[in-house]
Design a protein around this ligand. Structure first.
Ligand code: SF4
Length: 377
């Protein structure tokens, strides 16, 4: 075991220092963050923020591993919710054709292709408000989960809208790994984006999933006209959940023609352009606040340059969606992604085998912000 000391001179305030000390010195994920603490971390100079996030990442994860996931739309369009960003909402005139629930064989065949291409988590999304009154569909989806789990050994995730305790139990019994239900954005900005279900409805579904013992996958979409305060509030909500999300998707909005948000970004929010700096701040802060979560770069990744994606990995991302499509939007394909990962020295994470951190054993931040990093040889 060896150690080295790096002196950190660029942090401006003692308050930031003590909060960073708390984030870096803790050996377990904390969920007692105050909003001021989240804000202080978010506002650390970006160069240092990313360095700290990378250190934290290496305490909790194998820094070479990236999880590859593939997301299939198993029931597209016609959703009764009015999410202003979504091509699948029946409130939005996007020209998308609604389809019925895909059958088991079709879904299984897509999962086989995903596995052959090294994806280890297979996610299935349906454009529904909720699972209430969908007993037969839920059973069919449980069968999909069971077959993919048992025959392919893949991790499975579904996103089916609001779900109650009884319904989630059926999915748990079928072997579901994770259930996705995003909070989307901050509580304050949420009502600017969706009116047909509340932020608290979202939290209730997340609680139902968490209580069932299934892993929670929840995150949001950046670039919907939110402010810096909204980024901070969004991170505060996630990092103070009773249990941090096992999976935290960060989407970059694809402004789809025919959605209200596409127009609002040109008018109401024209001065609120999402910057790479703020994407990196959100990811780095999330990594420091929720060190054990898998942070996944989700929709919109295909619009980012390789160099920008590499910065996101350096900030703490360790999962990507890859494959033919991402629900109704484009996605970078497997071949391109695997070539990119190889070039940068990453390897695909194995299913159910996220390996342990293998580099940084311990970080100790002293009061003067000198840093002792103990590494395993
Ligand atoms: S609930 Fe999901 S599918 Fe329905 S409109 Fe909102 S984002 Fe789209």
């Amino acid at each position: 075991m060896k150690s080295f000391i790096r002196s950190l001179a660029t942090i401006s305030t003692t308050t930031s220092n003590s909060i960073l000390q708390k984030a870096l010195n803790s050996k377990i994920p904390l969920n007692t963050w105050t909003r001021d603490e989240v804000s202080a971390i978010f506002n650390v100079p970006l160069n240092d923020l990313m360095f700290y996030a990378q250190l934290k990442h290496r305490q909790f994860h194998n820094p070479s591993e990236i999880q590859l996931c593939t997301l299939l739309s198993i029931k597209t369009g016609g959703c009764t919710e009015d999410c202003k960003y979504c091509s699948q909402s029946s409130h939005n005139d996007t020209g998308l054709k609604a389809t019925k629930l895909l059958d088991l064989d079709t879904v299984y065949a897509k999962a086989v292709i995903a596995k052959e291409n090294k994806s280890t988590r297979f996610c299935m999304g349906s454009a529904w408000r909720e699972m209430k009154g969908r007993k037969s569909a839920l059973k069919k989806i449980a069968n999909m989960v069971e077959k993919i789990n048992n025959e392919l050994g893949m991790e499975t995730c579904v996103t089916l809208g609001m779900i109650d305790k009884q319904q989630i139990q059926l999915l748990k019994d079928s072997g579901l790994t994770a259930y996705n239900h995003n909070i989307d954005t901050s509580r304050k900005h949420y009502s600017n984006v969706i009116s047909t279900r509340s932020f608290d409805d979202r939290l209730e579904t997340i609680k139902n999933v968490s209580d069932s013992g299934i892993n929670v996958c929840t995150g949001g979409i950046l670039g919907m006209g939110e402010t810096i305060d909204d980024h901070i509030d969004f991170l505060h909500t996630l990092s103070t959940m009773d249990k941090h999300p096992e999976s935290l998707p960060i989407n970059k909005l694809i402004a789809i023609k025919g959605t209200p948000i596409e127009q609002e970004l040109k008018t109401k929010y024209k001065d609120r352009v999402l910057t790479l700096e703020n994407i990196l701040r959100v990811i780095s802060t999330a990594r420091l606040l929720m060190p054990n979560s898998i942070i996944r770069l989700a929709a919109g990744r295909y619009t980012m340059k390789e160099s920008e994606q590499l910065l996101c990995f350096n900030a703490g991302v360790n999962a990507i969606f890859t494959g033919e499509k991402m629900l109704t939007t484009m996605c970078t394909g497997w071949d391109e992604d695997i070539a990119m990962l190889q070039k940068w020295g990453y390897v695909p994470m194995e299913a159910f085998k996220k390996s342990k951190a293998n580099e940084v054993n311990e970080v100790i931040v002293n009061e003067d912000m000198s840093l002792e990093v103990q590494t395993l040889q």
